[in-house]
Design a protein around this ligand. Structure first.
Ligand code: SF4
Length: 338
């Protein structure tokens, strides 16, 4: 098994909530709760969950755009949790972020060649000719033309702009790329092209990729493993094929049931979850999924918080559900689907 590039241990992120005339802190939101996650060198992990589940916050902490409230972040064996300033710079170069909205992250008055070269300038590539050559090569690598370097963002389509966003992220040849919903703002017809590009580049450049998405359909073909998040916690983590064939957490099952099947002769029973995602300001007691869970057991689910435990004897499949792992499995029942 490959070594870990990233190790997250007991990661918590809290944000203060301010209120009143004096804008005093009146409460705390726990956006990420006790997350443990290893990302192996060269693998792609899909991180999936509904909007507000903490997945973007987790990705931003990983590249140190945000500092965790507690916990440890190790990158290539080094503890970078509280590393700052000049000491952080070499790590920053090795980890890059692809944003959901490439247009928002590009300066409309700057030629895209200069935007792509920005990282090179910041990291001491002072030779202008070398920068231009690297930018031209990168444009070709992401399926654009060298001549595009002299154009402005508004001259490109959404899919092309995301290719520019990818070029910006890869120009420094990082080891780790966090792609935060990189295709969700694109037309469906363009999504597949950008996904294929990311997959090709990941293999060609040996990247380690954390791919954040709000639905399981998007990450299916690109991921080696998939982590599902709900209300700040990882509730299921396993190999891609295992997750899609044999999901264990009822939330994962509901997300999977929402993916349309292309073959009209096959029908997947849709699991409709009742209610909205609860506010992280007032998370439900016990298993935070219990108010929406179709198989919640009243004697345990609202009372005890389930740990992320191994399913069966296979340590490669983890789920946080009392009825599927641990001592309460005798309460297990199939998820009703009709
Ligand atoms: Fe549902 Fe209970 Fe499992 Fe939570 S622990 S997912 S409420 S069955």
């Amino acid at each position: 098994m490959a070594e870990n590039l990233v190790e997250l241990r007991d990661i918590v992120k809290e944000f203060p909530v301010k209120g009143g005339l004096l804008q005093r802190e009146v409460a705390t939101v726990r956006a990420v709760v006790d997350v443990d996650l290893d990302i192996r060198k060269g693998e792609t992990i899909g991180l999936v969950g509904e909007s507000g589940c903490g997945k973007t916050t987790l990705g931003r902490m990983l590249v140190r755009l945000l500092e965790p409230t507690s916990g440890v972040i190790r990158f290539d064996g080094e503890d970078i949790t509280h590393v700052k300033g000049a000491r952080l710079k070499p790590f920053r170069r090795r980890m890059q972020f692809i944003f959901q909205d490439p247009y928002g992250s590009l300066d409309p008055r700057t030629q895209v060649g200069d935007s792509i070269a920005e990282g090179l300038r910041l990291h001491g590539f002072d030779d202008k000719d070398e920068r231009q050559e690297r930018v031209a090569e990168m444009l070709e690598l992401v399926g654009l033309k060298r001549a595009h370097a002299g154009r402005y963002p508004h001259e490109f389509s959404g899919g092309q702009r995301q290719r520019i966003g990818i070029a910006r992220a890869l120009i420094l040849r990082p080891d780790l790329v966090i792609a935060d919903e990189p295709v969700s703002a694109l037309d469906v017809s363009v999504q597949a092209q950008v996904l294929n590009l990311l997959r090709e580049l990941q293999g060609e450049l040996g990247l380690t990729l954390l791919f954040i998405a709000h639905n399981l359909a998007v990450v299916e073909h690109i991921s080696d493993r998939v982590a599902v998040m709900y209300l700040g916690s990882i509730v299921e983590l396993t190999e891609r094929d295992t997750l899609y064939a044999n999901p264990q957490h009822p939330y994962t099952e509901a997300l999977l049931s929402a993916i349309p099947i292309p073959d009209p002769s096959l029908r997947r029973r849709r699991i409709i979850l009742e209610g909205d995602v609860p506010s992280p300001l007032r998370p439900p007691s016990g298993c935070t999924f219990h108010p929406r869970c179709p198989i919640a057991a009243a004697e345990v689910c609202p009372i005890e918080t389930p740990g992320l435990l191994a399913v069966g004897d296979n340590g490669a499949h983890l789920a946080a559900c009392h009825l599927r792992t641990g001592e309460h499995q005798h309460l297990n029942r199939a998820l009703y689907t009709d």
